[in-house]
Design a protein. Structure first.
Length: 137
C-alpha cells in the first residue's frame, strides 16, 4: 500500500489476523501498524514473547498459517510480507508498551510525527490491548 493513510479495511484485516492467532501458541502482547518511509510501506508489527523463545523463523511460520485462516479483504488483506514479528525486548516494542501503559487506548489510536520511546514515528496505528489480547476468561 503506497498511500500514507492506513485505510479502515486494512486495520480490520490486522484485527482478523490477531484474532486468528489467538488459537495458536503465538500470544500477541501488543500490535501496531507503522509506516516505513524508506520502504514507503505500512507494516503490521506483532509483539510476542514467542519470538524470543522460539525465534523469528518459527514465529513467521505460525503467522503464515494464521493468515491462511484469517478472513480475506480483497486488496486490503494482510500478506506475510506486511508483517514483522518482534520480541518484547525490541526498543520500539518497549516504547509502544510504555505508551499503552501511560495512555491505555480503548480503540485504535493514530499517532503521527511523534516519539515513541527512543524512536521517532511518522505514522502509527496502535491496537488497544483489550482487542489484541481478546476477552478474559
Amino acid at each position: 500500500m503506497d498511500q500514507a493513510t492506513l485505510v479502515r479495511d486494512r486495520l480490520q484485516a490486522g484485527i482478523d489476523l490477531i484474532v486468528a492467532l489467538r488459537d495458536t501458541e503465538f500470544r500477541v502482547i501488543d500490535a501496531y501498524w507503522s509506516y516505513d518511509e524508506e520502504a514507503e510501506q505500512w507494516y503490521l508489527f506483532l509483539v510476542s514473547p514467542f519470538v524470543e523463545e522460539f525465534g523469528p523463523t518459527l514465529a513467521y511460520s505460525v503467522v503464515h498459517e494464521a493468515l491462511k485462516r484469517a478472513p480475506r479483504h480483497g486488496p486490503d488483506r494482510v500478506e506475510l510480507l506486511d508483517v514483522k514479528v518482534v520480541g518484547l525486548s525490541e526498543k520500539i516494542a518497549s516504547g509502544v508498551s510504555s505508551y499503552i501503559r501511560s495512555y491505555p487506548p480503548s480503540e485504535v489510536v493514530h499517532l503521527s510525527r511523534t516519539p515513541i520511546g527512543s524512536h521517532y514515528v511518522r505514522d502509527m496505528y496502535i491496537y488497544p490491548r483489550s482487542l489484541v489480547r481478546g476477552p478474559r476468561p
